[in-house]
Ligand binder design. Structure first.
Ligand code: FAD
Ligand code: FES
Length: 608
């Protein structure tokens, strides 16, 4: 449950976090704005001193009779005029206390009343009669608005029934009112603190706090609070996949297998540094494995979990343990190679040929990958050589002037040709990760940038080979489906099969956006011409560039419609998949729907 809870926590956290920022910022701003101005006191004239009620006025009872249905009558002053105010429910009327005549608050009177309540330097503008206004939202009847041309843009509001001064509003209050709206989240009326948005945000905040505590507790193990030297010593024995014992290392109880091996100089493949997110640090538990965790399930197939595969960074050494590690002894070894050739196959796919210092052995199988040790670097952008025909593509990227990587990292790259076809050279096919230079400011990828800055003669360090993406030794019909940099391992596998004289049918479906992005098109076509059992299908998702000889659409859909849908013996085929995550997921789902068992589907997830 933890991964999806983390995911939800992150996104709810973003929403609630933004609202928290608004709450705090608006609260702070409301606190900073001068109270006197917000209240409209700055230019408010003092109330006149109480005056004696004159003797020459009508009795209240007489006026009450005239007012008809009035329930209450009160006396008061309207400027210099004594008046009676008759209240009848919500209706309020004014009567001159001397004549008993109804008093109407007209434009002139409204202006005079506003001027009397105002002490600032501004001149009054023509009063405007309003049915309702947000600036005196609690007053549900008509009101007069009188603007004054002072620095605060003061407006005086008066009741159109009684002439009572309702409010003095000004630009400070208006600013305050915007912050108030953001604070109470009542974007319509700016008055209701119990609105569904505030309640929802409150519940979201509480949920966030509780799940945060839960995630915090879940991410700690008690053993992490015990210093390493006080923990029991454990033995971790490492085997190669063929069962040969490689090494036994000492470790502290509670360390993960990944950390224990790293402390002993064995760096398992990893793109995430032990963060349970790349899925590369896979080992096989010898014996009865612990139940898989959510992170194991997220990265490893059901069939692998069944036979004891687990993520080493998520496998604690609670007791002495034995694990099998693909890559075996080579994990301890760092190799050196010299760059022999770099060539741009498409604008953003580059072939890099390395000559290793030591001749590579048989473990460099098609489908295997190397971990290139990417050093820290700071290089000018023009260090990336761009062939003339690709200048336009690169210009559109708007890369930073300096390409940099602050700390050494490792990145995985698959062999893209079998070593016996290249006289022991290691051929890689690297896709450039440009990042984004717009407002999102994602730097170009550290590893791919490094590979793109390499030039013949440069030295490269790497470890490996690793991985269990390999051709199964059988004569079953094979279907390869790929896209993007997934061309690399699939190409190596196909070359290897054909050069070894495989007789079974081999299909290769490769998807690209446009023809220009598809690597090795002529090479694949020529292989298909020379080998009757091999067929090559290029599928382009952008129709504009297609001619009739090319298949249009998404690669998995094209393979389904033209091959898999009507295949008479689908369950006798082996599948090899490698490509962008969305393509990989869609193809695996398709095969699952078609009833192809997991064991017949091998794939490599580059996560790019
Ligand atoms: C088994 C395996 C085999 C592989 N084989 C190949 C292969 O043959 N060919 C190939 O091209 N690739 C291959 N890959 C993928 C390769 O290992 C790298 O993942 C890929 O090259 C990207 O790495 P990078 O260092 O260039 O990018 P990273 O630095 O890892 O960045 C990845 C992306 O995140 C963005 N990013 C970086 N930093 C930030 C930041 N701070 N904030 C936001 N975004 C950021 C970058 O712009 C980039 O788009 C393979 C992967 C695996 C697991
Ligand atoms: S190191 Fe990346 S998942 Fe374990």
């Amino acid at each position: 449950m933890t991964p999806w809870m983390r995911w939800l926590h992150k996104w709810v956290g973003l929403l609630i976090g933004l609202q928290f920022v608004l709450w705090m910022a608006s609260g702070l701003m409301m606190g900073l704005l001068p109270h006197d101005k917000v209240q409209g006191h700055e230019f408010r004239a003092h109330a006149p001193a109480p005056r004696a009620w004159p003797a020459d006025v009508l009795a209240a009872g007489e006026v009450l009779k005239q007012a008809g249905s009035a329930q209450v009558i009160v006396s008061g002053w309207l400027l210099d005029r004594p008046v009676y105010q008759a209240l009848d429910g919500k209706r309020q009327r004014l009567f001159d206390a001397r004549t008993g005549r109804a008093v109407v608050i007209d434009r002139e009177l409204a202006r005079a009343l506003a001027v009397a309540s105002y002490s600032g330097p501004g001149k009054p503008q023509t009063p405007i009669l309003l049915d309702w206004t947000q600036e005196v939202r609690d007053h549900q009847a008509r009101s007069w608005r009188v603007d004054f041309d002072d620095a605060q843009d003061t407006t005086v509001y008066l009741s159109a029934q009684t002439g009572e001064v309702l409010e003095h509003r000004n630009s400070t209050w208006r600013l305050f009112d915007v912050f108030w709206m953001l604070h109470i989240m009542d974007y319509a009326n700016r008055s209701n603190f119990n609105n569904p948005l505030v309640i929802g945000a409150g519940i979201g905040g509480l949920w966030l706090a509780l799940t945060g505590v839960w995630l915090l507790v879940a991410s700690f193990h008690l053993r992490e609070f015990v210093p390493q030297r006080w923990r029991r010593a454990r033995e971790l024995t490492v085997y190669a996949p063929n069962g040969s014992k490689l090494r036994t290392v000492k470790a502290a109880a509670g360390d993960s297998v990944y950390v224990a091996l790293a402390r002993n100089g064995l760096q398992l493949p990893s793109n995430c540094g032990g963060g349970q997110s790349c899925g590369l640090c896979e080992v096989r538990y010898r014996g009865v494995p612990p139940a898989p965790t959510a992170a194991d399930r997220a990265h490893l197939s059901e069939s692998k979990l069944k036979i004891g595969h687990r993520l080493a960074c998520n496998l604690p050494l609670d007791a002495d343990m034995e694990v099998e590690v693909a890559g075996g002894a080579s994990l301890w070894t760092e190799h050196e190679a010299t760059v022999e050739r770099v060539s741009a196959v498409t604008p953003f796919l580059r072939e890099i040929v390395l000559k290793p210092a030591q001749p590579p052995g048989p473990e460099y199988q098609p489908g295997a990958y190397l971990q290139v040790h990417v050093p820290d670097y700071e290089l000018p952008c023009d260090r990336i050589v761009r062939p003339d025909e690709h200048h336009g593509d690169w210009a559109a990227l708007d890369l930073p002037d300096t390409l940099s990587n602050r700390e050494a990292v490792r990145r995985s790259y698959s062999l893209s040709l079998p070593i016996d076809a290249t006289d022991g050279r290691l051929t890689l096919l690297a896709r450039f990760s440009p990042g984004r230079q717009d407002r999102k400011r994602q730097p170009p990828g550290k590893g791919s940038t490094y590979l793109y800055t390499l030039q013949p003669g440069d030295r490269v360090n790497f470890s490996g080979p690793f991985g269990d993406f390999a051709i199964r030794p059988n004569a079953r019909e094979k279907v390869f489906i790929g896209g993007g940099a997934g061309m690399a391992p699939l190409r190596a596998m196909i070359h290897s099969l054909l050069s070894q004289g495989a007789q079974e049918r081999i299909h290769y479906w490769y998807g690209a956006r446009v023809l220009r992005d598809a690597p090795y098109v002529d090479e694949m076509a020529s292989l298909a011409q020379r080998n009757a059992n091999f067929s090559w299908h290029l599928v382009l998702s952008e129709a504009a560039e297609c001619d009739d000889a090319l298949v249009r659409g998404l690669v998995h859909e094209a393979a389904h419609d033209r091959l898999l849908k009507d295949h008479p013996a689908l369950l006798d085929c082996d599948f090899y998949l490698c490509g962008p995550p969305a393509m990989l997921a869609a193809t695996r789902q398709l095969l699952h729907r078609l009833g192809v068992p997991d064991e017949q589907v091998a794939f490599d997830d580059f996560k790019i």
